[in-house]
Write a protein that binds this ligand. Sequence first.
Ligand code: PHE
Ligand code: CO
Length: 289
Amino acid sequence: MNNYSEKSAHANDDWTIDQAWESYSKAEHQVWDTLYARLMQVLPNRAAPEFLNGLEALNLHRGGIPNFEAISDELEALTGWRVVAVPGLVPDEVFFDHLANRRFPAGNFIRKPDQLDYIQEPDVFHDVFGHVPMLTDPVFADYMEAYGKGGLRSLRHASLKNLAALYWYTVEFGLIQTDNGLRIYGAGIVSSPAESKFALEDPSPIRIVCDLVRLMRTDYRIDDFQQTYFVINSYDELFRATVDTDFAPLYADLKGEFDLRPEHVTTSDSVLHLGSQAYAERGGRFADA
Ligand code: PHE
Ligand code: CO
């Protein structure tokens, strides 16, 4: 969350810009359609039902990069959230303030055709396809607003790092237990065909039941598949565990640091799958073919 592009001259004080939907080229809409079609090969029976329902509810399959105004009108009617355009990553305080006011800031640019599998900065595909469907779920929508408010508070405690881990391991890379088995709901997973399979099926990563304090102690990978995934039992449980806990004493204990490596397993963990870490040990994304 820390580094961000220079504020563009045309941006508003809250860093929002016009999405300029009319300016997307045919090739850019095509990138969206290609990615969408790829994900549809892997997400049925892997993504959480709330995510798949959200895609339907917002008609995200209608083709091409969505117009933020149009999907915001539909989303607002469901849960009161809107999607606003930003040039890319924005400062933490600006980001949290948007979430706290039920606005999801989404990058308006789309990756190039040679970046289909991996990009560093979140683009409109990651932000809208990955994040926005879950905002149609009333409980998850409330969690995201609460997270924004908690984010503003964490800045006053110099504890952003620990709170950022919570976003990372839930909003971006979360798994959920369902009656039909494990499902993915994290935006970073559902927007990646490869990680959608890896997170659920690969023997490498550790999968443990989500515990708030344990999670906030844990470092994470930003440049490769996760080494550990935290599994929630329900969005409601996640919401209650975070909203009903005063983070101030936790922040004081954690001191803005992580004391667990991404691949660490502790004796008190409730382990669903003890990962082999074979993928990471081979060198992950950087291993030679
Ligand atoms: N309860 C948290 C606090 O005291 C705020 C929070 C709520 C953080 C939900 C994240 C998610 O700061
Ligand atoms: Co994201």
